[in-house]
Design a protein around this ligand. Structure first.
Ligand code: HAM
Length: 412
């Protein structure tokens, strides 16, 4: 192969390779997500990354950036149009609608799917990301909205964040519609105004006002009173000890399927300004599949922004030992002991529930110890001719001597 046509070792643009040290962090994220979601009684589900393209072509999706510009869509060999899912919500709505009659509503479901969006790759935005999705199906009760936001906040505290590190911004689609509709100029569309409002924090005020006056007969007062639906959610959250939630009239959310409460969570550190989590109530999406709609509320929380958040707040110190790369113990052989002896001893250690590797080729003890250290092992178990062994902690080189049974408890 010539130099020019050799494949690159770089991954495809906008996606990531997970070398073991990145995978350790990723597993920590996923484990914390799963454990916290399950602590609220959520059950895990999953689905394929491939969906028929028509799933994203509904009337409700008309006008949406994600659907129109950001999907990976291709034609398969059977002439079917296929999309790599850009979000999980249409998929879970499809699954719930498919078994609407058998499922015991209300449902609390979660998943950690990888999603694909053809985005301009930048900090906090990639072409493949993973997202914790947690949704409650089957109730219009506001308590479900509160429960979902409570779970979202609890995930942050599970990572060691404090309430001062993040802010929950809440709005309501119905309230937005109610207050904007009477102001619309004839022929102006509510969706265009929602889009503009969404852009407001990123625009110069003058520009915003100019655009706004093309759509409305008078300015939409974003400093108006807290809508009653939002006030009651805020009060219920406060009663549960969640005090870092506020009303934010410019929170709109980019999907047209939202119908009620909508929310996003932001880092309070301005260095990390992308939304960490977004969600809301969507009571009609399952109607897409026919029949009575199943009301729902939920959120998606991305791994890319979460990792940025944890790094910004120095919260990656608490990764559990078992998720770190490398074995706990490496068995190395010295003197009369052979590579085969090392494998045999490693098997005994493994049987006692310790993650262990063993030396694989004839090398001097010093070289084996160096390799053990580089592999990330915490201990080297040095076996020699007799039954006595040495357990060496590689960080401080401290040594414990004894028989295998005596050493095992030191390895845990
Ligand atoms: P979303 O706002 O598009 O909502 O995404 C939710 C979160 O996923 C964002 O706040 C961000 O953390 C992360 N995210 C989104 N796009 C990217 C990207 N290109 N790169 C990295 N991270 C990204 C939804 O997807 C809704 N389906 C969520 C939902 C679930 N609503 C109700 N249930």
């Amino acid at each position: 192969m010539t130099d020019e046509n050799r494949p690159s070792t770089d991954p495809y643009k906008g996606v990531r390779d997970f070398y073991p040290e990145d995978m350790a962090i990723q597993r920590y994220l996923f484990d914390t997500w799963a454990v916290t979601a399950e602590s609220f009684g959520f059950e895990r589900y999953d689905a394929s990354v491939l969906e028929p393209a028509e799933l994203y072509r509904s009337k409700a999706a008309e006008n949406e950036e994600i659907v129109n510009e950001q999907t990976y869509t291709f034609i398969d060999k059977g002439d079917r149009e296929v999309t790599l899912r850009p979000e999980m919500t249409p998929t879970v709505a499809r699954m719930v609608a498919g078994r609407r009659r058998e499922l015991p509503l209300p449902l609390r479901w979660y998943s950690i799917p990888n999603l694909f969006r053809y985005e301009r790759a930048q900090r906090g935005r990639l072409r493949e990301h993973w997202q914790l999705n947690a949704d409650i199906f089957g109730t219009t009760d506001q308590n479900a909205d509160v429960e979902i936001i409570h779970l979202a906040a609890s995930i942050f505290t599970a990572f060691g964040a404090t309430a001062a590190d993040f802010e929950i911004k809440i709005n309501n689609r119905a309230a937005l519609t109610r207050s904007i509709e009477p102001l619309l100029r004839p022929g102006a569309r509510l969706n265009d105004m929602l889009k503009l409002l969404d852009m407001k924090p990123k625009m110069e005020l003058e520009r915003y006002r100019e655009e706004e006056m093309k759509l409305l007969t008078e300015p939409f007062e974003t400093h108006s009173e807290v809508p009653s639906e939002v006030a009651s959610v805020l009060a219920a959250l406060a009663a549960l000890g969640v005090h870092n939630a506020v009303y934010e009239p410019t929170i709109v959310r980019g999907f047209n399927y939202y119908t009620g409460t909508i929310f996003e969570i932001f880092d309070t550190n301005p260095e990390n300004r992308r939304s960490l989590l977004g969600g809301g109530r969507y009571d009609n999406l399952t109607a897409l599949f026919g029949g009575e709609p199943v009301p729902a509320v939920g959120f998606g929380m991305g791994d890319v922004t979460m990792r940025d958040f944890l790094e910004t707040h120095d919260l990656l110190k608490s990764i559990p030992e078992k998720l770190k790369p490398g074995p706990r113990v490496t068995v190395v052989n010295d003197g009369a002991a052979t590579v085969e002896d090392a494998a045999r001893v490693a098997a005994l250690v493994r049987d006692r529930g310790v993650n262990v590797s063993s030396n694989l080729s004839d090398k001097k003890l010093g070289d084996q110890l160096k390799l053990a250290e580089r592999s990330g092992a915490t201990f080297a178990l040095i076996i020699a001719g007799d039954t006595k062994m040495e357990l060496k902690r590689l960080s401080d080189r401290s040594i414990t001597r004894g028989e295998l049974a005596e050493l095992i408890p030191h390895m845990q």
